[in-house]
Every structure is written in C-alpha cells, then in structure tokens.
Design a binder for this molecule. Structure first.
Ligand code: PHE
Length: 355
C-alpha cells in the first residue's frame, strides 16, 4: 500500500510541474492504460486476503480519483492559459483604416436581359438557350437559308473550320430550330444570348446580343405578333403611348417578314420613345416559314406562328442613354461603375420581382 501512495505522490508532483497537454495524456496512459500502473494495482485485488481487500480497494479508488481529478483540472488549466494567450495576441486594432471595398455592378447587357426575360415571362414565354458555336445546319439550312443563298453573305459569318460546318452563330434564330427539334408544339419561348458577325463601328460590334422569340400554336397570327411586341416595347421603355410601324422586309425563315420601327424624338438632347416623327428600327420578325416547320418535324398544315429577333444592345443603349456600343465590351471598370447597376437595387422595370 505504501508503494501506491508513493506512486501517487510522485505523479501528483509530476503533474504539478507539467505544462504540456501531450505529456499529461502520456501520464494518463502510464497510469490508467491497459497495462497502466494503477490498472495493474487493481488486478492485484484478487490475490489480496479477504480482510485487507476492502481497505486496499477503497484506498486504490481514492488514489485513482485523486489522480484523475488532477489530470482533468490540469488539462483545463493549460487550455484556458492557451486561449488567454491567443486572445491576448489577437487583439483587434480598431484604429486601423478600413479596407478598400469595391462593390461589383451588373453589366447593362445582363440587366437588359433580366428585364426582357421578366417582361416576356409575364405573358407565358419561357427562356431557352443555345450554344455560341453552332453548326451550319441550325444557323442557316434548317432556317430555309440554303447554300449560296445571298443572306449568308449578308451575315458576315465567322466560320471555325475550312469546310464551313462550324461557325459562331450569326443570330439567335438557331435556338428556334433546337427548341422545336427537341419538343412538341405548342412552343412559346424567348432565347437571349450572344451573336457574332464580322462588323465593327459605333453601332456594330463583332459580338452583340439578340433575343429570339417564337410562338407556335394552332392559330397564332400576325395580330398576336403585333400585340405581343406592342406590349413588350411599352413595358420595356415604361411608356403608355407607343408609335410602332411594321415595314415589309425579307428573311428566308419568315413569310411574310417585317421590320419594326418605333417612333421617337430628341428633346433637350434626350431620346424620348413613343413620341415625335423620327423612326428607329429595333427588330426583325414574321410568320415562321412552312419550310422551317417541316425541317423541324412540325406539320405546317396544323401549326403556325411568329418569330422575332431583337437587338438587345440597341435596346439598352436607347433606354439608358449609352451612345457607343463598343464601350459595352471594353471591360473598362470606370465605364461599368457609371453605367452598371447596383445588384441590390431593383429598378421599377424589373417587374417580375416587384409585382
Ligand atoms: N434572325 C434575324 C436577324 O438576325 C431576325 C429575325 C428573327 C427575323 C426571327 C425574323 C424572325 O436579322
């Protein structure tokens, strides 16, 4: 018994001096592990005589408890010390100048795409997407624009291979083809996205944006097209009155085809949409050509409808008074902070969320 008292004193002493959690844990195993000193003492209990056993057991338990308590309090003590030391070293210096904070802005094109999508979604259009790299078939042939058709030259296409099978889409109309090939009529979609033509001046950039519209059902006619565009333009420009005119035009994939102009005037250097006697072209449209419907396995004797293609950048320039299209894509941070939109500020025309 005196043996074990000695061990106890020795270890209490060791623990007192020790300042390291790892070595304390080691002591713990030394004492209470499978072959630990205290554990081995307990094993001796069986061989102790009846009279001595009770006392030995109670002494042993007492010593065990004392050592265990010491270990626990020692670990706590060291941990608290460590935390305090950390807190001491990590004091926040409130006198430091704050870090420069730059909030990002929404690019006008993204803003306009969001506005367009929310306006059309209110009248039942869903949004489709297609890839920027298209094949020749979807971009031209399926759209009733065969090889050698003059419209192909007019598009100033960027081809990606010598065989001219892959290209950067020249308009969003191939999304009409993709949508109809993968589904069954009726179709009522818009498809905003990037488009490419080899062209560059103040109002043309080699990459620009369009939004395609397509509505195919059993009895969709030009009246529906007119009503839909009239509604869209009024909502987009937030005007009640709108002067709009349909001018006969030609697209291989629509018959009849039209271009749409809206009336405007310039007052105090600002463009006012919907008034005045000047006209501005903003989109191409028409009734989808029966050949296009046949190419995408839609029966033109049962289904018909309209399509339109609007220049998105143009719309943004008009609505937000931006006069050089090329600045849209120069990634000049100063330009973006001026013309960009606050991501947390929802403008009134962003109806989808506010109504
Ligand atoms: N894709 C045509 C263009 O880029 C616009 C258009 C779309 C015309 C749909 C008619 C129908 O000029």
């Amino acid at each position: 018994m005196s043996d074990i008292k000695k061990i106890k004193d020795e270890y209490l002493n060791k623990l007192d001096k020790d300042q390291n959690i790892e070595s304390i844990n080691q002591i713990k195993t030394e004492l209470f592990g499978k072959n630990g000193i205290v554990s081995n003492e307990f094993k001796k209990l069986g061989s102790v005589s009846q009279e001595e056993r009770k006392k030995f057991a109670s002494d042993l338990n007492f010593i065990k408890e004392e050592l265990q308590n010491k270990i626990t309090s020692k670990i706590e003590e060291i941990e608290t010390k460590e935390i305090n030391l950390k807190l001491e070293n990590e004091k926040v210096d409130v006198t430091l100048p704050e870090r420069d904070f730059k909030q990002g802005k929404i690019h006008p094109v993204s803003q306009v795409i969001d506005e367009i999508s929310s306006i059309f979604s209110e009248i039942g259009f869903s949004v489709e997407e297609g890839p920027d790299v298209e094949n020749e078939y979807n971009n031209f042939t399926a759209l009733n624009t065969p090889d050698n058709h003059p419209a192909r030259d007019m598009h100033d296409t960027f081809y990606l291979d010598e065989k001219k099978e892959l290209l950067l889409r020249t308009h969003t109309s191939p999304v009409q083809v993709r949508t109809m090939l993968k589904g069954k009529p009726p179709f009522k979609i818009i498809a905003p996205g990037r488009t490419y033509r080899s062209d560059s001046d103040q109002t043309h950039a080699p990459m620009f944006h369009q939004v395609e519209g397509l509505h195919i059902d059993k009895d969709i006619n030009m009246g529906h097209l007119k009503g839909c565009l009239n509604y869209f333009i009024k909502e987009f420009f937030e005007v009640d009155k709108l002067k709009m005119r349909f001018r006969p035009s030609h697209f291989p994939f629509t018959e009849p085809s039209a271009e749409v102009d809206i009336g405007y005037e310039i007052k105090d250097g600002k463009i006012i949409i919907g008034e005045g006697d000047k006209w501005l072209e903003i989109l191409g449209c028409g009734m989808v050509h029966p050949n296009v419907l046949k190419n995408v396995n839609v029966d033109p004797s049962k289904f018909q409808g309209y399509a339109f293609g609007i220049g998105i950048d143009r719309l943004g320039m008009l609505k937000y008074g931006i006069n050089d299209l090329r600045a849209f894509f120069e990634t000049d941070y100063r330009w973006l902070s001026h013309f960009g939109f606050d991501p947390l500020d929802v403008p009134s025309s962003y109806r989808g969320l506010s109504r």
